[in-house]
Write a protein that binds this ligand. Structure first.
Ligand SMILES: Nc1ncnc2c1ncn2[C@@H]1O[C@H](COP(=O)(O)OP(=O)(O)OP(=O)(O)O)[C@@H](O)[C@H]1O
Ligand SMILES: [Mg+2]
Length: 282
């Protein structure tokens, strides 16, 4: 099944006919994005290529403004590409295609934790009893059972982000898209949630595309880390992370972890300098 979601050259292909096929979950080929602004044209993405396998966790890092969020938004269907081809394979047409978690706590302030987590299910027409049970399950899994009836204003930043994560998992989409979901949190809360994400992903086997500024976070979470160039955004290099799973915060104390983080910084530092306008010696 092919469904053209956007005009132009970018299409979304749904293939439920062969769930066991080894074709990637996500294939981006030459995806580009141009913004026409009053100050002129901004090329946010240029010939961006990426494949993500079923069940894989791919982190994307790159200097500020390199097009990470732009790519994620296009992948989520929240924005259109200017060119290229994007394919998302769907194995179960009854499930939603993707769920998104952003850095800002994108939850409704006027709804309780329970209502926020059940919101997507309600939109999908899931019957009340089932959505209440599913919401209760995920609220419990992210450690918010005591706060199910609370409103976001009564929660800390970390708790609000847990609500957003529980909502994305309750939605049970094939593909989980996360844009700096822990970026606004303090270091300790971030560590706790990183461990929770590792645990939840290992149980659910989700395919995850995760944007972060944290190099250690990327190495801890990812099977592969994509390093993007400064401007316009392209794939500079892709780093394999062969650290065994299950991983935990202890993983970050190993020499292998330190070596991989160093390698990642090496790949990224010229791009960061370039994005900040410094000359990079050849
Ligand atoms: N709606 C828009 N209109 C015009 N330009 C935009 C728009 N959205 C993004 N851009 C530009 O596209 C480029 C990429 O932006 P994007 O938000 O994808 O970067 P990013 O890698 O997510 O950065 P950060 O790490 O700071 O979140 C930037 O130059 C930005 O100014
Ligand atoms: Mg961004």
């Amino acid at each position: 099944m092919t469904r053209a979601r956007w005009g132009g050259t970018v299409h979304l292909v749904n293939d439920a006919s062969n769930p066991s096929s080894a074709s990637p979950k996500v294939t981006a080929r030459g995806v580009s994005k141009r913004f026409d602004t009053t100050a002129g044209e901004v090329i946010a993405l240029e010939r961006f290529d990426l494949e993500v396998a079923q069940g894989e966790v791919v982190c994307i890092v790159g200097p500020s403004g390199c097009g990470k969020s732009t790519f994620l938004r296009i992948l989520a269907g929240l924005d259109t590409a200017s060119g290229g081809e994007l394919t998302v394979r769907r194995d179960n047409p009854d499930k939603p295609e993707n769920a998104v978690v952003f850095q800002e706590y994108a939850i409704f302030p006027w709804k309780t934790v329970r209502e926020n987590v059940a919101f997507g299910l309600r939109m999908r027409g899931v019957p009340r009893a089932e959505r209440d049970a599913t919401a209760a399950h995920w609220i419990e899994r992210v450690g918010l059972a005591r706060f199910a009836g609370a409103y976001p204003a009564q929660l800390s930043g970390g708790m609000k982000q847990r609500v957003a994560i529980a909502r994305a998992l309750a939605y049970d989409a094939d593909l989980l898209l996360m844009d700096e979901p822990l970026g606004a949190l303090d270091a300790q809360t971030r560590l706790t949630l990183q461990e929770e994400l590792l645990r939840l992903w290992s149980e659910t086997g989700k395919t995850v595309v995760y944007v972060t500024h944290g190099l250690e976070e990327a190495v801890l979470l990812a099977d592969r880390v994509v390093v993007m160039t400064a401007h316009p955004g392209r794939v500079k290099t892709i780093l394999d992370v062969p650290l065994p799973r299950p991983r935990s915060i202890e993983t970050t104390t190993t020499p292998e972890f330190a070596a991989l983080t160093g390698e990642l910084w090496h790949a990224l530092r010229d791009e960061v300098a370039r994005a900040q306008g410094y000359e990079v010696p050849a």
